[in-house]
Design a protein around this ligand. Structure first.
Ligand code: BMA
Length: 307
């Protein structure tokens, strides 16, 4: 099983822009009301990450807004807003994103070069104007968080990463996330010397609901730091239960725009919308451009069940 790569990137940095002239990568993408919507991470002259918006009729040709739709607003995100993942819940857009700031909100040592990261949630009724609503946790090394597309057992649910493990969290209102409602789900396969994901793992896009369980596409790497994608199948009503986790990866850097770039050997995805039975995996290549790879949902599920 391997994802099929579109022959060229679908979005490139814009050399005429101050905020997206260097890198565009790691987009959220959804198909909604007959259009493809993309929210993507971008870096320009000041190297601060912002979120831009683009819209498309076919998922390949994108029209972008001239200005970003989400930008840093205080010390908790002054170094950038990163890696958006978007889901529609109760008719409202919710974006999970990583705030990277000079302010560290925990006790003890900063987690990242003088500051810290915060797994944030923002909401929007139109996809353009966004309002931050909550953080899943504060003051720890935690990112790669993504909301499930529906309530589970009557509560909202999210995956997040309390390194090195992926955790599940429940909330009644998407605002309050209590530590006692968080459970570890899976981690790197450290005991397996050949595993591609033996050093680090994290979630990709919104979990895909199937009759067999929640199908997750995830990412990971070993000591070589080459980012690859794999799949994990979680129980529908109790997603702390891992049902399947095939050993082999389904996608890895091969093209020049993935092997090189701002960060080499990176494919990193925050989106896997399913349209007409096809999974569209949008991803950042080399933290520099946006690519697309696809597969049939049936094939991906059959592969997950074989693991
Ligand atoms: C991760 C994230 C991603 C990035 C990747 C590779 O930690 O920050 O945004 O694509 O590293 O640099």
């Amino acid at each position: 099983m391997k994802l099929q790569r579109h022959p060229s990137p679908v979005l490139l940095p814009d050399p005429t822009s101050d905020w997206e002239c260097y890198n565009v990568f790691n987009p959220a993408v959804i198909y909604h009301n007959g259009l493809w919507h993309m929210w993507y991470r971008a870096q320009g002259l000041d190297w601060v990450s912002r979120i831009g918006y683009a819209v498309s009729a076919d998922g390949l040709h994108w029209n972008r807004l001239r200005r970003p739709v989400l930008e840093p607003h205080d010390g908790t995100d002054s170094r950038g807003v990163e890696d958006p993942r978007v889901v529609v819940l109760d008719g409202v857009f919710y974006m999970t994103y990583t705030a990277y700031g000079r302010v560290y909100q925990g006790a003890g040592k900063p987690t990242h070069a003088g500051g810290g990261i915060t797994p944030m949630i923002a909401r929007s009724t139109n996809g353009i104007t966004w309002e931050p609503v909550s953080a899943i946790v504060r003051g720890e090394d935690n990112k790669d968080h993504v909301l499930f597309p529906r309530k589970i057992r009557g509560r909202y649910a999210a995956l997040h990463r309390r390194w090195p493990n992926v955790w599940l969290a429940y909330s009644d209102d998407l605002v309050t996330w209590r530590p006692e409602d968080m459970y570890p789900v899976y981690g790197p396969r450290r005991e397996d010397p050949d595993a591609w994901d033996r050093k680090s793992v994290g979630s990709n896009g919104v979990p895909i609901e199937t009759p067999e369980g929640w199908l997750l596409i995830n990412h990971g790497y070993d000591e070589g730091h080459v980012y690859k994608f794999g799949v994990v199948l979680l129980d529908l009503e109790d997603p702390t239960r891992v049902l399947r986790r095939p050993k082999s990866a389904i996608f890895w850097p091969e093209e020049l725009w993935e092997l090189r770039g701002d960060v080499p050997n990176v494919v990193f995805s925050c989106a896997n919308p399913v349209v007409d039975g096809v999974v569209y995996v949008y991803y950042g290549g080399g933290d520099h451009v946006i690519g697309l790879a696809t597969c049939r949902l049936d094939d991906l599920l059959a592969f997950a069940l074989s693991g």
